[in-house]
Design a protein. Sequence first.
Length: 615
Amino acid sequence: MEMRAIEDIAIGQELTPPLRSLAAVLRDSAVTSHCYACFSILPAQPYPPSNPAFPQNPNHVPDDDTSTPLYCSPTCSSYDSPLHLSSGEAHLLQSPPSTWNDDSSDLRLSLRLLSIFQKLPKNYSFFPRFQGLMSSDHRLLIGGNKHRPFQEIDNVESPADYLPKNNEAPQNDVVVERIAGLMTNREKLLSFEQNRNNPDEDNENICQMIKEGAKLIAKARRVCLEKQYDDFVLGEMVLCLVLTNAVEVQDKSGHSIGVAVYDSAFSWINHSCSPNACYRFFVGPDEDNEQLPLRITPAAENGYGNNNASKLFTVGVEKNGYGPRIVVRSIKDVKKGEEVTIAYTDLLQPKEMRQAELWSKYQFSCSCKRCDTLPANYVDNALQAINPDKVDKLMQSFDDAITDYLSSDDPISCCKKLENLFIHGSLIEPKSPQKPKLHIFHHLSLNAYTTLASAYKVRANDLLALNYEVERQNLEAFNMHKTSVAYSLLLAGGAHHLFTFESALIATAASFWTNAGESILGFARSPLWDSFLSRSLTRMDLSSVLENYMFSETLRSDDAECNEQARMNLVLLGEHCLRSLILLLQYRTVHVESQRHKKDVLGTNKRESVFYLNY
């Protein structure tokens, strides 16, 4: 399916109201820090699940482990606990499966959806109905192929009843399975024969993962229901639905804290590597009572539907009234009837990596304007500006460095390896100096900037936690924090440069500028400026810092007034970064004429569209 605009929509406009999820769960790593219902940060005294059969002591403080969900309020606990206890996900939290990957969130989300679907009445249709859709469009909602569409079945007990029997389906017959209007992709994900043209083993591994996941789901349901449960087909369908439709819920800093599945108003929006819309999340209690209109509708044979066509008739499937909400926002002008698209993958990846990820996760190849442009545009050339034969070796080196940071908890080794990779093209520094091997806008460089900004900040905090050689540690921590700021700025500047050539990168650039501005402000307000640098100042020369990746020697001064001026300059710079986000967060544009800009940059008399800052 696809979604189209029902009216002309300007850049920076909301396309949807805050949409509630069908179901959502926290990542394993966020269970002890965020509310299991609304995803807000937990208070000092969180609340345990409320079980009517076994009332909890309100003064009880639960153990600090990941086996018990925690809530920010009694309201959230009362809302979420019944589904948590009835779905069987408690079993997965208490006994994490050793045969699954490191995070059980996809399995737990599948269990929640499965519990919701199986509580529906027997005569309930698992497929949505939109007003104004042609009969052939309705076929897409209930599955089948164009030559032999399925017929609706009365009194079905589960979505599996819509599946043809093995001896009924002719060879090469493709079944489009949907639950509540959402495609499961089960036939594709489990069909290794269809994916044999893929040279790697990803597809085979996905098949095995889904089969194993269905067994784990069935086991959790058996424990919860205390009776035999072997519906592996339905488990496979729901797990495939999650793998195909779930989105990562991110906090304000961009860290993934959970996964959620939304209904067709969001899930039917197609992908593009040059999208005209983006999305963001709202977590915590719903305090905004203003109901914005839904300005997109499913496409039909006659081009697009009407506003009423966007109402999903899934009576009995209750939306999650307390989980993360999602809002879709335009990042380009969208004309009436034009398809609305978002990005399913990281747009700061070269074409080959985007295509591989889309095929692995969603079983399709993107044919958007950016992907079909030959030769490749400037952004994709910059993101892969290196001999392809050397990429695999550099990727392995990059992964080794990241492993040191994430798995081995060794940020020092990670920083050294990544910086050697920049300058020498290897993890080991050679005897003779060499020029940088990675282009500043290469996708590995951009990923490394993100990692280095985080790793240097961690190193700074670790040094401040030490209790010996305070003055020396403070100076080193200051320099580490300074380096973290520089990498944040370098990342924001690189993303902004690429954004000037590909406007779809506006949301990515906005995120990086936000992090850079907050990083600068945090550094400028550090107590180290007063406690240590007032006696022995290290003054930053930001231009040389950025020019040399922050590896240059710092300038020394004993002038306290200069110290304060340097700090104030940092504060102004950080605030300027954040104020500059008006152009990215409000997405306002103005057309200006600049004769000097034309001569120096464009060399033409074209009208240049630029973003402006409105103070």
